[in-house]
Design a protein around this ligand. Sequence first.
Ligand SMILES: [Fe+2]
Length: 164
Amino acid sequence: MKLETPRDLFVHEMSAMRTGEAVIADMLDEMSGMVADENVADMLRHHQQETQQQIANLEQCFRAIGATPQRVPCAAIEALRQEFREFAGMNPSPQVLTMFALGGALKVEHYEIAAYRGLVGKAMLMGETTCIQLLETNLLQEEETAGKLERFTHEMGRRMLATV
Ligand SMILES: [Fe+2]
């Protein structure tokens, strides 16, 4: 595919995001099965479902501009998944693994926030109103999730410190 115009770049970056969201859905599933706290697991599962909706929103965005998703890997999200798996293999205590999962998910959300902000900006430049709305919906969910992850990390850390 040619990469010459802002629209080409938009399609390329949305394609990478589409791949990344699919990896994130798997990652949230994997994390929710490994954490030691039911509330954390529920929150991760909830965002896993939102992620499925976000994938549908991205697909709708491709349709709105008459583009087809390209096969573009998402190296950053793959690296964050790898980081989580390597840490999980280092025999951490269940609570420490849970804290690491919360932190890992927060890194993912911040990557997504930056990526969606970039995509919303490009959709604005091109005047693609349907895409602006769809991408802002995803962006808002990532921002809310980042806030929840920070609160859960704080609560979990406090509980752990209180029992040492
Ligand atoms: Fe997402």
